[in-house]
Design a protein around this ligand. Structure first.
Ligand SMILES: Nc1ncnc2c1ncn2[C@@H]1O[C@H](COP(=O)(O)OP(=O)(O)OP(=O)(O)O)[C@@H](O)[C@H]1O
Ligand code: SF4
Ligand SMILES: [Mg+2]
Length: 324
């Protein structure tokens, strides 16, 4: 049986926020919970999608998985090894195993470094390598992402958007990471270039047997790329399932709304909120202000029903096994 390469249990992230000035000091600081008990697991070679509107917590999740943010509570295991975020060596282990490619290749590449030097940043222990070994690894990473060798001495401002994203990817792959978090990796690119990068990612997955956590707000990209999907809404996972299940038989009323809304997507509204209706509810079910199926029981927050990998957080499914 395929063992999970990554297991995430009850990941909760909150940020300290400043409220209005001229309040008593004890009231100045409040906590904003951005991710609330997120759980999922991923097998080797699998593409796991995280889909959600703007502000749902996707980038926060990505940054937490590479140790940029510290979760409040969480159990994360990589190949069975438990990560303790308080231990520096565990966070380094996390970073050695999980790489990230950000949405904005401009912001994530140092404009003063050559492409070669940027790719070398991804090499673990690059100080211990001879010049020849370093060059060999840089060339093999650039070959993987189909970046011509002639570009290795260029600087980021001299590259196209697609080439910049290939450089980001090469930097992550140079370190031999087996899990990649892809945070909207194509949403800043032209449509034709998007397709090239998505196809490259699919080819790389087959060739290297890596696993992806593919973050996007674009359901068409999910359909093309992902084996399974988790639907995130204001920091909560409302549904998780196979990609075909989510699209053909959405269970949660929110997923149903998303899938229906996708039929009217145009390129001009892709970056805006998919769903424009009620605010998330602070009490009871978080989706109750927008839900057409709301009923009395929804005044209480529903638990997650179903089993690992196929679950839904909605009272309509209370006859299924309770997960949390
Ligand atoms: N460092 C931070 N401090 C305080 N609040 C933050 C911080 N980072 C993110 N947030 C808040 O957390 C929420 C989720 O942000 P996040 O960037 O994770 O959303 P997202 O799903 O990636 O959105 P988008 O689709 O626009 O990229 C937002 O309300 C954001 O303002
Ligand atoms: S729990 Fe109730 S309000 Fe929430 S999504 Fe389900 S039916 Fe709608
Ligand atoms: Mg984001």
């Amino acid at each position: 049986m395929n063992e999970p390469i990554l297991e995430v249990e009850n990941l909760t992230v909150q940020f300290r926020t400043k409220t209005k000035m001229f309040q008593p000091a004890r009231e100045l600081e409040k906590w904003k919970r951005v991710l609330d008990k997120i759980s999922f697991s991923i097998n080797q070679g699998e593409t796991f999608g995280i889909v959600g509107e703007t502000g749902s917590g996707k980038t926060t999740l990505a940054k937490t998985l590479v140790g940029i943010y510290k979760p409040k509570n969480c159990k994360i295991k990589i190949n069975g090894k438990q990560i303790d975020f308080r231990r520096k060596e565990d966070v380094l282990f996390l970073r050695r195993n999980i790489g990230i490619v950000f949405q904005d290749p401009v912001g994530s590449l140092n404009p003063r470094l050559t492409v070669s030097d940027i790719i070398a940043e991804g090499l673990p222990d690059q100080g211990k390598l001879t010049r020849e070994e370093r060059q060999k690894k840089i060339k093999s990473a650039s070959k993987l992402v189909e970046l011509p060798e002639s570009k290795l001495e260029s600087y980021p401002p001299e590259l196209s958007g697609g080439e910049k994203q290939r450089v980001s990817l090469a930097r992550t792959l140079a370190g031999g990471k087996k899990i990649l978090v892809l945070d909207e990796p194509t949403s800043s690119l032209d449509v034709s270039i998007q397709a090239q990068i998505l196809n490259l990612l699919r080819d790389l997955k087959k060739e290297l047997s890596i696993s992806y956590i593919f973050i996007t707000h674009d359901l068409n990209v999910v359909k093309y790329m992902c084996d399974r999907v988790s639907v995130l809404y204001y920091g909560q996972v409302l549904e998780e399932g196979s990609t075909s299940g989510i699209f053909e038989r959405p269970k949660h009323p929110y997923t149903d709304d998303l899938v229906k809304a996708n039929f009217s997507f145009t390129s001009s509204n892709l970056s805006s909120n998919i769903h424009e209706s009620g605010e998330p509810s602070r009490e009871g079910c978080i989706y109750k202000n927008s839900c057409v199926k709301r009923y009395d029981e929804c005044e209480n927050a529903p638990p997650t029903f179903g089993r690992a990998g196929d679950s839904v957080k909605c009272w309509l499914y209370k006859d299924e096994e309770k997960k949390s």
